[in-house]
Every structure is written in C-alpha cells, then in structure tokens.
Design a protein around this ligand. Structure first.
Ligand code: PAF
Length: 280
C-alpha cells in the first residue's frame, strides 16, 4: 500500500491509475479504525478497481478542544488495517498540508446543519463540509463511502454533493454494531469497563422506539425514551429526536412523513456517543 503525506504525490498516483481506466473508491476517515470502517472498505472493494483512504483528524470540525486532544490516534495499527483491507493508497496529511491558509469557507445547509448535532456542535458541519470537499478535490473518486452511523453528516454530504454537482457518487453503508448493539465508534475505546456495560442501553431504547412507532405520539415516544435513558445515573441525553429521514424536520404526526429516523446524542461519563435508527 502506498502512503502519501502530500497532495501532489496523491494526485500524481491517482492520475496514473485513472489514466489506466481504473475506477476509484474513497473512504475518508479520522483513523482509529474499527470494524465499522472496515465494512466501508469491503463495500468500496466490491464497487471499484482501486480503493483509497484518507486519515486526517480534522481540527476544524471539533468545536471542543478537549475532544480534539482526546480523539484516539492509532496510526501504525491503522496503516496495518488498511493494508489488510486491500486499500491501495492512503493519504495521511498533516494540518499544514491540508490548511496552509486559515479556513474561511462558510457553508449553509439550511435546516440540515442547524438541528441536533448542528445545534450542539456549532461549526462542526462546516468543518466536515470543508474537509470532505477538499478531499474530494484531491482524490477525485468515482464513489465515496460514509456510514449511516453519522446520519446527519451523511445527509449534509449528500446535499453538498448534489448542490455543488460534485462528480462523485455517495454510498451510504449500514451502521456496524457490537454483539450487544452498541454502535461501533472510535470513541468507544474511551469508555471505562463499567460504562461499556451501560452503553448498549442506547440502542436498546432506539429499538424499543421502533417497536412502539405509531402506537404513541411522536412527542410521547421521545419523552419516554429520554426518561428511560436518563434513568441510568451515568447517562445524560443531549438530544433525542424523531425526524423526517430526508429533511430532518420534526413532523407533528406519524403521517406527515414517508420515512422517519430517530437520532440521539448521549453523554456517558466523559464520552459523547451518537446513534440513530431508521424507523420506517
Ligand atoms: O466521519 C468522519 O470520520 C469524519 O467526519 C470525516 C467524514 C472523515 C471528515 O473528517
């Protein structure tokens, strides 16, 4: 596997591959790779001739300095896992390479980036949009792979790609879960053994919401779920919302939308976990 630190080397390598007619699949990551990421590489391998990755802990998408500092970094293991996953090239730039000048770009995704994660992590999605667009320009992939775990991020990237007519197909991949239901996340390694036992409660409650869909009003169900989670002394729900799966607008009634998703962010000790489940 080729590992490049510079944009110039990455572009040169990929233009040669493209010159030979190869299709390019791309998985952008912030490293600390786990099975969830590896499933994206599996999907990318099936669809493309060449699979590429980036590892870049993007500072401008962290609204909290402590979170950025504590974000797990496991570069050696990551490179080994990428090799094993059949990745042909990894672009691993430093901050200077990505942002030689201060970032001034401002995106506005209307409602999509104002609610839920957008509300509680101001500036987060602008940072995501800036880095993903820049990575797309460098890699110029035919397809890029994102997990449904970061549901709102996925909707924003789909919208950006559509609105800016970027020539890349966005492929959404299912959330990978531990056997007890906890959504795989790089942040899970920061849970204490005691917290790790409690964490699956999040998915359990989301699954119960799915079972109870339409049997109660949306508000009743949201309130019930928040109560269930906050009943654990260690859990603190930041938001839990049942929203339209495309617009992320909260409908008044189950019949107001063709597809709905429940999204939540929950603090467990010092770790903030997010999860979601498509209800219908
Ligand atoms: O989902 C992530 O890991 C990041 O937000 C992404 C898409 C790699 C951008 O930094």
């Amino acid at each position: 596997m080729k590992v490049f630190r510079t944009i110039a080397e990455t572009k040169a390598y990929l233009s040669e591959a493209r010159g030979k007619g190869a299709t390019i699949g791309f998985v952008p990551t912030m490293g600390a790779l786990h099975q969830g990421h590896l499933s994206l590489f599996e999907a990318a391998k099936k669809d493309n001739d060449v699979v590429t990755a980036s590892i870049f802990v993007n500072p401008i998408q962290f609204n909290n300095k402590e979170d950025l500092k504590k974000y797990p970094r496991t570069p050696r293991e990551d490179i080994r896992k990428l090799e094993e996953a059949g990745c042909a090239m990894a672009f691993i730039p430093d901050v200077e390479e990505m942002y030689p000048e201060p970032v001034v770009d401002k995106y506005d995704f209307g409602y999509l980036d104002k609610v839920m994660e957008g509300k509680f992590r101001p500036g987060h999605f602008n940072g995501v949009a800036v880095v993903v667009r820049k990575l797309f320009e460098i890699i110029n992939p035919d397809r890029a792979y994102f997990g449904l775990k970061d549901y709102q991020q996925l909707k924003i990237i789909e919208t950006m790609t559509r609105e800016l007519k970027l020539p890349v197909e966005i492929v959404a991949c299912p959330t990978m879960r531990e056997p007890d239901g906890l959504a795989m996340s790089s942040r899970n390694v920061r849970l204490t053994p005691e917290e790790r036992i409690i964490a699956p409660a999040i998915y359990r409650v989301l699954s119960q919401i799915k079972e109870k869909t339409r049997k109660y009003s949306i508000t009743e169900l949201e309130n019930w779920a928040v109560h269930q989670l906050n009943n654990y002394e260690e859990l603190n729900v930041e938001y839990l919302e049942i929203v339209d799966a495309e617009t992320l607008i909260r409908p008044g009634d189950w019949n107001d939308s063709e597809s709905m998703v429940v999204c939540t962010a929950v603090h467990l000790g010092k770790v903030r976990l997010i999860d979601n489940l498509i209800l219908f």
